[in-house]
Design a protein around this ligand. Structure first.
Ligand SMILES: *[C@@H]1O[C@H](CO)[C@@H](O)[C@H](O)[C@H]1NC(C)=O
Ligand SMILES: *[C@@H]1O[C@H](CO)[C@@H](O)[C@H](O)[C@H]1NC(C)=O
Ligand SMILES: *[C@@H]1O[C@H](CO)[C@@H](O)[C@H](O)[C@H]1NC(C)=O
Ligand SMILES: *[C@@H]1O[C@H](CO)[C@@H](O)[C@H](O)[C@H]1NC(C)=O
Ligand SMILES: *[C@@H]1O[C@H](CO)[C@@H](O)[C@H](O)[C@H]1NC(C)=O
Length: 426
């Protein structure tokens, strides 16, 4: 993979830009560009910093993505009442899961549109609303705007966003790429530490000759992930879930998680939607995600009912049996975080800790049934207008599922989360 990237990525050369700037042109931020040939797409992430307080659903519409997928990508507990109307605080850093396509020979995401409002300018849309993920020039070009000073109100602008696929691998291991906008306090080594990768790897991925970075550069950061093996004809073919997070699929019927113990995708019923096709494996009484084990002299006979993709509205299940040397322990889940409500300033310039570095993982008893009270001890879920119905249906449906996952010390993980967010947001 390294080779492929080195030869195929074109990255603005910083020294060249310096020379250009010396002769009086504006210095442009650099960004990793991945050439592509076919029309396939992949899952990718955008690192986004909120420019103001926004509801989860508003962040979703800003990027044209399912709000629930934003929450699961950030391992945020979706069982909170009316969680789609939860207000996320200004300056919070979140990962936005997007589909990365191939447009005019390069990777980018083009499904995002922005409707202009009074007082918007191309540069305010670029640097504030989309937190530097797009530039004013790119907006002007993508929308063929003649005079950037005259921006009509209510116009729908295409917002091209940077993303990379690199074949879903990094050093031959499954990976999802995060498009990260460099802040002036960042160093490449710091970013590498935050995302548990190496300086060399980041330099290879981004085809950099030196570790020098500059505010507003956009770099591709590989995140280790769990890859699915769903067939081509499955609508969620190619699904890949970063370590420490979740994804929701099959019309909100199936929830898949990755990590912390291993990088095998683990899927189970999500009970987000009311009407889901059967999630029981044929010729067995096992449900999606169920595992039975039988210790014998030869080893451990493990039978698993696993998820095989979403095909024509049907949840594909498959039963498999394997003989393993040892019986696996109970399934572990990435810790869930409470919907964040504040971004504390004093931690902002603390040294970047590795995200979610407790490493403990949380074992969730499969049989536990936790009543969906929607509120966890010690935390007051900040909910939006309670009468608002729009986001509520998905959220309330989500309750039963995630509450059963929410059996770890929430306050502690919230602390880690805020600490983590601090380390990477402004
Ligand atoms: C992409 O990765 C897959 C394994 O995930 C591998 O089989 C394939 O050869 C890779 N393709 C390229 C072009 O490197
Ligand atoms: C393992 O378990 C399955 C299902 O319980 C059974 O059909 C199979 O014969 C067992 N295999 C061995 C080697 O025990
Ligand atoms: C799914 O639907 C398409 C057309 O809607 C059909 O051609 C295909 O055979 C279906 N596949 C399965 C597995 O039912
Ligand atoms: C996945 O995340 C867990 C916990 O954050 C960590 O302990 C583990 O090393 C990670 N695995 C990989 C392959 O990065
Ligand atoms: C099988 O999975 C279902 C759905 O996740 C769960 O409710 C049930 O407790 C599991 N059964 C066993 C025996 O693990």
């Amino acid at each position: 993979m390294g080779k492929l990237k080195d030869s195929s990525s074109i990255v603005w050369s910083w020294s060249l830009l310096l020379m250009i700037s010396n002769v009086g042109l504006l210095v442009k931020a650099k960004s990793t560009i991945e050439p592509c040939a076919n029309s396939d797409s992949c899952n990718a992430l955008l690192g986004y910093t909120l420019y103001t307080d926004l509801k989860v659903s508003e962040v979703g519409s800003l990027f044209n993505v399912d709000p629930v997928s934003i929450l699961t990508a950030n391992a945020i507990d979706i069982s909170y009442p009316d969680v789609e109307n939860h207000i996320l605080p200004s300056q919070l850093f979140v990962k936005i899961p997007i589909s990365c396509s191939c447009v005019d020979g390069i990777r980018k995401s083009v499904s995002t549109h922005y409707k202009t409002r009074p007082s918007d300018t191309l540069s305010s849309i670029a640097s504030q609303i989309y937190s530097g993920l797009v530039s004013a020039d790119q907006l002007r070009e993508a929308n063929a705007i003649q005079d950037p000073d005259v921006l009509d109100v209510g116009v729908s602008l295409i917002v091209p966003l940077p993303c990379t696929c690199f074949n879903g691998t990094d050093n031959l291991l499954p990976a999802v790429y995060l498009s990260y906008v460099v802040r002036d306090v960042d160093t490449l080594a710091g970013i590498a530490a935050t995302y548990r990768t190496t300086l060399t790897d980041l330099m290879n991925v981004n085809a950099m000759g030196s570790p020098a970075i500059k505010a507003e550069d956009i770099i591709a950061v590989p995140l280790p992930a769990c890859a699915s093996k769903f067939p081509r004809y499955a609508s969620d073919n190619g699904m890949i879930v970063p370590n420490g997070s979740y994804a929701i699929t099959a019309s909100h019927c199936v929830q898949c998680s990755c990590g912390p113990g291993n990088l095998n995708l683990y899927c189970m019923p999500a009970s987000l939607a009311v009407s889901c096709s059967s999630m029981q494996c044929r010729n067995s009484n096992l449900m999606l995600g169920n595992v039975t084990m039988q210790q014998s002299s030869a080893g451990c006979n493990v039978t698993t009912c696993s998820y095989g993709g979403f095909v024509n509205g049907t949840i594909i299940t498959s039963l498999s049996t394997s003989l393993q040397p040892r019986c696996p322990g109970p399934q572990q889940f990435p810790p869930l975080l409470a919907p964040p409500s504040s971004v504390s300033r004093d931690k902002m310039f603390a040294p970047a800790p590795a995200p979610q570095s407790d490493g403990a993982g949380t074992t969730i008893p499969k049989t536990s049934v936790v009543p969906s009270t929607g509120s966890l001890p010690g935390l007051s879920p900040a909910s939006g207008p309670s009468g608002s119905a729009s986001g509520a249906s998905g959220a309330s449906g989500a309750s039963s599922l995630v509450n059963s996952l929410a059996t770890f010390p929430t306050a502690f993980t919230l602390y880690l989360f805020v600490k983590f967010m601090m380390s990477i947001s402004l």
